[in-house]
Design a binder for this molecule. Structure first.
Ligand code: PFF
Length: 461
C-alpha cells in the first residue's frame, strides 16, 4: 500500500469527465437518490406530521433548492475544479473558498453517519432473504442495532466498497454503477407501491400521506426539517453537485439535466412514502411519529412477508437500496477527494486516506443506537449521536452552505455570469430571469429567515 500511496501522479490526468449527458444525469440522480429518499424522507414525514411535511418539502425543493442546484452545477462547470478551487478560480484572493472548505467538512461528516445506515441496508439484504426479522421486525431491528461490533464492521464494509468504486474514477466507476442501478430501483419501488396500496388499512396511510393538516404549517421546526431534508436529498449545499458539474462539458444542457435530477429525486422520495405509510398503517399499533431511524426497517419486512416471493423481493429491494446508498456515498467522498486531487494528490492516495479517516469518525454513530448508552442518549441534546450528526449537517450545515452558494452565484460571481455560462454553445436557459430573481432574493432571504427563526425557537430568543 505504501508504494501506491507515494506514487506520483499528474493532476491534469486525474480529472475525469462524464461520457454523455445521460451518464451525467444518472450519476447526479444517483448522488441525489439514496437513503435520504427511502430511509430519511418517510422518517421526516412521520416526525413532521404527515402530508403537511410533504407539502413544505415540495415548496423547499422547487422554490429554494432547484435554483441552487442550477447554481452549483454552473459554478462547477465554469471553474472545472472541485469545491475549494472552484471558488478560488472564479473569485481569486477572496475568502469564498471557505464555502468549499465547509462542503468538504460536510462531506466527511455526513458520510460518517451515512455509512452506518448503508451498513444496515447491507445487512438487511441477508435478513430479508432469510426472513430473519420474523413476526416482530421492530424488535429484531432494535436488537440488531445494539450489536456494536457488527455495526462498526458493516459501516467499514460500506466505506471500503465506496472507496473501491471511487478509485475507478469518474467514468468507469461512478457513471457505470449508476446506469444499472437507477432504473432497477425505480421499477421495484413501483411494484412495492402497488402492493402496499392494496393492503388492508392502506387508505388510512394514504390519507395521512396526502391530506395535509394545515395547523402544522407555521411550525418552524418542521419547516427547518423540510428544508434540511430537501438539501440533503438533492445533495446540495456542500459542493457535491458543484463537483459533479465540474466534470461536465460545455455542450451539456445543464438546466434541463438539473430538472431531470430534481424530478427523479422527488419522484423516488414520494414513491417511498406511498410504500411506507400504507404498509405501516396496515400494521397494528403503528405510530409514524415514533418510527425514527428504524421506521423502514420495522415496516418493510411486514410488507415483504405479505407478498408471494417476498423473500426474493425483500432481498432485491435491499440490494438496490444499498446500491442507491453507494452511489450517494460515492458523491459524498468525491467532494473531499476532488479537493485533494485539485491540490495535486493522487486519486488513489486521497481515497484511501479519507476512507480510513471516515471509518474512525463512523464509530460513534455506529455505537449510538443502543450499543453505547452514553452515545445513545447524549446528556446535552437528549438525542443519540447519529441523530445529532444528521440534524447538525442536514438542518444547519447544508442550508447555510446553500445560502452562501446562492449569495455567491447571485451577487458575487453574478447572476448574469451564471446565465452566460449556462447558455454557452447555444444551450437554452428557460426562465433565466425568474431564476435570477429566486437566487438573488428568494433563496437567501428564505433560508436566512428559516435558520434564524429555528435558532430563536431552539434557544428561546
Ligand atoms: N442525496 C443523498 C440521499 O438522499 O441519500 C445524500 C447525500 C449525498 C447528501 C451527497 C449530500 C451529498 F453531498
Amino acid at each position: 500500500m505504501n508504494a501506491d500511496l507515494s506514487a506520483k501522479c499528474a493532476p491534469a490526468e486525474e480529472r475525469g469527465s462524464w461520457g454523455s449527458s445521460v451518464g451525467f444525469i444518472l450519476a447526479a440522480a444517483g448522488s441525489a437518490v439514496g437513503l435520504g429518499n427511502i430511509w430519511g424522507f418517510p422518517m421526516q414525514v412521520g416526525k413532521g406530521g404527515g402530508a403537511i411535511f410533504v407539502l413544505l418539502y415540495l415548496v423547499c425543493v422547487f422554490v429554494i433548492c432547484f435554483p441552487i442546484l442550477i447554481a452549483e452545477l454552473a459554478i462547477g462547470r465554469a471553474a472545472a475544479r472541485g469545491p475549494i478551487a472552484a471558488f478560488q478560480t472564479l473569485r481569486p484572493r477572496t475568502p469564498w473558498w471557505v464555502v468549499g472548505a465547509l462542503g468538504v467538512l460536510a462531506g466527511v461528516g455526513i458520510l460518517s453517519f451515512y455509512a452506518v445506515i448503508a451498513g444496515w441496508t447491507l445487512a438487511y439484504v441477508w435478513y430479508a432473504a432469510t426472513g430473519a426479522a420474523g413476526s416482530d421486525p421492530g424488535g429484531f431491528f432494535g436488537a440488531f442495532v445494539k450489536d456494536g461490533s457488527k455495526n462498526v464492521w458493516l459501516s467499514f464494509a460500506v466505506l471500503v466498497i465506496t472507496a473501491g468504486i471511487i478509485i475507478g474514477g469518474v467514468r468507469q466507476g461512478i457513471e457505470k454503477a449508476s446506469k444499472i442501478m437507477m432504473p432497477a430501483l425505480f421499477i421495484l419501488l413501483v411494484l412495492l407501491g402497488l402492493r402496499a396500496l392494496t393492503l388492508p388499512g392502506a387508505a388510512q396511510g394514504l390519507a395521512y400521506y396526502v391530506k395535509p393538516d394545515f395547523s402544522g404549517i407555521t411550525n418552524i421546526a418542521v419547516i427547518n426539517a423540510a428544508l434540511g431534508q430537501a438539501f440533503f436529498s438533492l445533495s446540495l449545499g456542500m459542493g457535491a453537485m458543484l463537483t459533479y458539474g465540474s466534470y461536465l462539458s460545455k455542450k451539456t444542457a445543464v438546466v434541463k439535466s438539473a430538472a431531470w435530477v430534481a424530478g427523479l429525486d422527488t419522484l423516488v422520495a414520494l414513491l417511498a412514502g406511498f410504500i411506507i405509510f400504507p404498509a405501516g398503517f396496515s400494521l397494528a399499533g403503528f405510530n409514524p411519529a415514533e418510527g425514527g431511524p428504524g421506521l423502514i426497517f420495522a415496516v418493510l419486512p411486514g410488507l415483504f412477508s405479505s407478498m408471494p416471493g417476498g423473500a426474493l423481493f425483500g432481498a432485491a429491494f435491499f440490494v438496490l437500496l444499498t446500491l442507491a446508498a453507494l452511489t450517494s456515498a460515492i458523491s459524498l467522498l468525491e467532494v473531499p477527494v476532488a479537493a485533494l486531487v485539485d491540490r495535486g494528490w493522487c486519486r488513489r492516495k486521497s481515497v484511501i486516506l479519507l476512507t480510513l479517516f471516515v471509518t474512525v469518525l463512523a464509530v460513534p454513530s455506529a455505537l449510538s443506537q443502543g450499543a453505547s448508552p452514553a452515545l445513545s442518549k447524549l446528556p446535552v441534546f437528549g438525542m443519540d449521536f447519529l441523530t445529532l450528526m444528521a440534524t447538525v449537517w442536514n438542518n444547519w450545515a447544508l442550508p447555510i452552505g446553500g445560502l452562501l452558494i446562492a449569495i455567491f452565484a447571485g451577487w458575487v460571481w453574478g447572476a448574469d455570469n451564471v446565465i452566460a455560462e449556462l447558455e454557452a454553445e447555444g444551450n437554452p436557459f428557460p426562465f433565466a430571469r425568474a431564476w435570477s430573481f429566486l437566487i438573488k432574493y428568494v433563496c437567501p432571504l428564505a433560508i436566512l429567515f428559516i435558520i434564524v427563526m429555528t435558532a430563536r425557537g431552539m434557544f428561546g430568543g
